[in-house]
Design a protein. Structure first.
Length: 74
């Protein structure tokens, strides 16, 4: 979420530096493929690079169906 349109290399670096996640590039690539198939990641190839962007719009259906808590109930 820090920056849109990141390459696999950038994502791996951020996961390792910011979150201490040391998964292999192949594992992260496979996870991105699953997220892309679910419509949560959009990819764009430009030359030798493949850029990944998050798309939270598919999650809106879940938010819309999620039970709302009433503030006036105990």
């Amino acid at each position: 979420m820090e920056r849109d349109r990141q390459t696999l290399f950038e994502l791996c670096g951020r996961l390792a530096m910011n979150h201490g996640i040391a998964s292999s590039r192949q594992a992260i690539s496979q996870h991105l493929d699953v997220l892309e198939a679910a419509g949560l990641v959009i990819t764009a190839k430009e030359g030798r690079y493949k850029y990944h962007s998050i798309d939270t719009k598919p999650l809106q259906a879940i938010v819309d169906r999620w039970p709302q808590t009433r503030k006036d109930s105990p």
